[in-house]
Each structure stands twice: as C-alpha cells, then as structure tokens.
Design a protein around this ligand. Structure first.
Ligand SMILES: [Zn+2]
Length: 258
C-alpha cells in the first residue's frame, strides 16, 4: 500500500510515547464531509450569516432560529461517518494512552472509539438550559438521522423547555464572545501537561486561548507534530510539520509503527 512517507524521527517519537495528546480542529471533520463553519451557507441557510447565528445576541433575538440551525448541523453530523484519520487515532489508542482534545463540536472522534477528554468549543450533542445551565437530556435533546426533514421547509424549530426552571434549552456550543467551558479547558490543560507527544491535526484556524496549549507544550520540551495539508500558525513552532491531511497521514503513521 502506498501513501505519504512519515519521517523516521516522527515514527520514533510516537513509538516511544506512552501518552499522546491529540489536538484536532475543523480540517479533520471536513474530511468526513462536514462543512467548516464558514462553508456551511448552503440551501436553506444560504441567506444567513453563520457568524450571526453563533452569538448570544442571535439567541436573544431569535432562539428558534438558532436552535433550528444547530439542529440542522447536528443532523448533518449524524449523517456523516468518522474517516480514516479518526479511526487511526482510535487504533493508536489501543496500545497507549491517547487523549483527544478537540475544537470540533461533532462526535466523530467518539464514534470512531477515541477518548475525548475535552470539547473546547462545546458539543452539538450537549444542550443545556440557557437560564439555570442544567444539562438537558429530554425529548428533542438531539435529532435523529431519521427525523422528518422539516428543517428544509422551515428553519425555525422551537427549543425544548428546561424541566427544572422552564427556561429555553440552548445548544451546548461556545458562541462568539463566550468564554471556553471551564471544565473542558482544565481537562485539556491537564492532558497537554501529561503528554509525552502532542499531535495537532486539522487546525488551520487555531485561535487563542486554544493556540496557547501546543505553544506551551513546545516551550516545555514536549514534541509537537503537526499533520496539515496547508501551513498553519502551528507550523511556525511545531517540532515536526507534515504537509499531509489527517485522513492520509494518520493511517500512514499507524502502518509505519507496524
Ligand atoms: Zn433551567
């Protein structure tokens, strides 16, 4: 089987590591056909600006529109499958500790079988009350792939009601202007501190404070290996930077490990 060549130095680092922390971004999901945030203006949603659907102000203005948007996105995710990159990471975790810290709001790493310790930007599948913050797991907490496709007729979907306080249930994602969830941030921080090697995949648009995690790893002498078809802000400081996608590079790494 042919494929990208992984440098010996990278293979050695990964082979010798008992704990690897993986930092993933939108590029990994894109290889499963999940449009990146800026590219999702299709069909029903092409008249909406995603940036204006992903803010606390949008939620205040029109909760049903925002709930409908995230429900549509969740359905898109449920219709997608983990790709070879997701699966290679899960397989890597069979022989060593592999902790995934992701900026993605989908569940493709989990469905591939990886341990996801942190969703830094929240999750499409963890709605909570917008008033009392209680996690919501009741009816309509998540769409099913077989739901009638009403979102393509009417973008607005009335959000569920919190059984505890009667507030509107909101998507469990981090919106523009909101801070990262404290628990997820702390778990990410711990996973980076404990790691012997950091693998960064699909994070072209990495932003602060998330970007500080791999930067600090390098400063502390932890090797950072980037898999990305394009240069990114991580390329500048990564120990090794490979111009290859996660779906191609990670299976090649796994084969090289033998
Ligand atoms: Zn509530």
């Amino acid at each position: 089987m042919t494929g990208p060549t992984i440098p010996e130095a990278v293979i050695d680092l990964v082979r010798d590591a008992d704990w690897i922390t993986v930092f993933s971004g939108a590029g990994v999901s894109a290889e499963s056909g999940i449009a990146t945030f800026r590219d999702v203006q299709t069909g029903l949603w092409e008249t909406f600006d995603p940036a204006e659907l992903a803010t606390p102000e949008a939620w205040e203005r029109d909760p049903a529109l925002v709930w409908g948007w995230y429900r549509w996105r969740a359905r898109e995710v449920l219709a997608a499958e983990p790709n070879t990159g997701h699966r290679a990471l899960a397989e890597l975790g069979a022989s060593r500790t592999v902790m995934v810290v992701t900026q993605n709001v989908d569940d493709l790493h989990e469905r591939a079988g990886s341990d996801v310790v942190s969703h830094l930007h929240g999750s499409l599948f963890a709605p909570r009350c917008s008033v009392c913050h209680t996690p919501y797991d009741g009816p309509d907490a998540r769409p099913s792939a077989t739901d009638p496709d009403t979102e393509h007729v009417e973008p607005r979907v009335t959000p569920p009601t919190c059984p505890r306080c009667g507030g509107d249930v909101r998507p469990g994602v981090v919106w523009f202007g909101e801070s990262l969830p404290t628990d997820d941030w702390q778990r990410a921080d711990q996973a980076f501190r404990a790691s012997e090697v950091v693998i960064v995949v699909g994070t072209s648009g990495i932003v602060y404070p998330a970007a500080s995690l791999p930067e600090r790893a390098v400063r502390e002498g932890i090797p950072v290996i980037e898999f990305n078809p394009a240069e990114s802000s991580v390329t500048d400081f990564a120990t090794h930077s490979l111009r290859v996608s996660a779906a191609e590079g990670l299976p090649a790494l796994l084969r090289a490990l033998g």
